[in-house]
Ligand binder design. Structure first.
Ligand SMILES: Cc1ncc(COP(=O)(O)O)c(C=O)c1O
Length: 403
């Protein structure tokens, strides 16, 4: 029986995984070019990045924003969200997916996730639709496209918008088409941990010219593309990105394809190795996902005799950094606090929004005892790194369990 690093034995691995972000002279040159241009706002770098990233994601139109949260807010404003409108979001996501709904005056309604994919369950989303629902936000969690066929059909049938939250899904593709503009609008984040990273930054992709024009207006103080500088047909705000971020992102974009391929290769190897270990289970494969962005590599903990949290502690001690991930989002105090004296009635809640009674059983189980997360940079090294991860998982699972 192996002794665990957690109990004081040497760890299985002491080599660090690849550092993130990755940058070099190209990024230095890009930043200096932006600096020396003397044009630090709404200039060539932003224009080029909007064109190049929209093309990369196979979207007709793209608008860069200050971050992924404001990108969702702008997308919701572009579809015309009004106070008290309901937006369906998965219970398993980063808070921005839901807080953006609140920030634009809407009410987030939480749907459960599919236990095989950790993405929003279309049946749960459908059950949450009311006459006040204006949109579903499908999040591509971990870079894995959500079921865009089912969600697209649902949105069309119920005459509501489908927004893709692709904050974690740069380069991901569904049935051969990159995500972002498969729904009505898609949003991205370029925050420091993301697969395409500018420190901060966000993006809205769409094939719909009218939505693109509204999003552009909302992100730029309600101006119009063709109007005067001090003419404001809409109420918007300043959600613009800076030239420096756009310059950095242009050079980071040249690395994305090769990095995505490396992550995919390593993720496939890791999946084949974890498949052979009893007590853990990778998420299910889906042929419709032609590119998984692997912002995270998530697997399911299934073993008995040791809690998932203790397993994570033990794996970290073996030199494999990992985490349990999100908590059920509806349980966050933020929502109860925000809606405490809410003046409007929600059709879904039958009164003011009250999240105390919300329970998504799959999300609850996944968060409490099942999910294990590895970050994307761990997939950027040699194949032997995957063998170390699998060996450490096997070592921890084989260790004697406390009585
Ligand atoms: C699923 C999801 N949506 C939205 C965001 C918000 O992006 P940002 O941090 O750029 O505001 C994130 C970022 O962490 C995310 O993971």
């Amino acid at each position: 029986m192996p002794n665990l690093a957690l109990d004081g034995s040497p760890p299985l691995r002491s080599t660090p995984f690849p550092a993130w972000p990755i940058y070099g002279p190209a990024e230095e040159e890009a930043l200096l070019a932006a600096l020396h241009s003397g044009r630090w706002f709404l200039a060539d770098h932003i224009e080029s990045f909007e064109r190049e990233f929209a093309t990369f994601q196979q979207a007709a139109f793209g608008i860069a924003t200050s971050n992924g949260t404001t990108a969702i807010q702008v997308a919701l404003a572009a579809i015309g969200i009004r106070p008290g409108d309901e937006v369906i979001v998965p219970a398993y996501t980063f808070i921005a997916t839901a807080s953006a709904v609140v920030a634009t005056g809407g009410i987030p309604v939480f749907a459960d996730i599919d236990p095989d994919t950790y993405n929003i369950d279309p049946a749960s989303a459908e059950a949450a639709i009311t006459e006040k629902t204006v949109a579903i936000i499908g999040v591509h969690i971990a870079g894995r496209p959500c079921d865009l066929d089912a969600l697209g059909a649902l949105a069309a049938r119920r005459n509501i918008h489908l927004i893709e939250d692709a904050a974690q899904a740069h380069a991901a593709a569904w049935k051969g088409r990159k995500v972002g503009a498969i729904g009505h609008l898609g949003t991205f984040s370029f925050q420091a941990s993301k697969n395409l990273c500018g420190g901060e930054g966000g993006f809205i992709a769409t094939d719909d010219e009218a939505l693109a024009d509204r999003a552009w207006s909302v992100h730029n103080c309600g101006r119009s593309r063709t109007g005067a500088w001090y003419e404001h047909p809409l109420v918007g705000s300043n959600y613009r990105i800076s030239e420096f971020h756009a310059a950095l992102l242009l050079s980071q974009l040249t690395r994305l394809e090769a990095q995505t391929a490396r992550r995919s290769e390593n993720a496939a190897l890791l999946t084949s190795l974890l498949d052979q270990i009893e007590g853990v289970e990778p998420l299910a494969a889906d042929e419709r996902i032609t590119t998984h962005a692997h912002h995270l590599y998530i697997f399911r903990y299934r073993a008995e005799g040791m809690s998932r949290d203790r397993f994570i502690e033990a794996l970290c001690a073996e030199g494999i950094p990992c985490a349990s991930g999100y908590r059920p989002l509806y349980g966050e105090a933020a929502f109860a606090a925000h809606f405490a004296d809410y003046p409007l009635t929600s059709a879904y809640f039958g009164g003011p929004p009250d999240y105390r009674g919300v329970c998504c059983p799959v999300t609850e189980r996944v968060c409490a005892s099942e999910s294990v997360w590895l970050t994307q940079n761990m997939l950027l090294g040699p194949a032997d790194d995957m063998r170390d991860i699998a060996a450490a998982v096997a070592k921890v699972l084989a260790a004697p369990k406390p009585a």
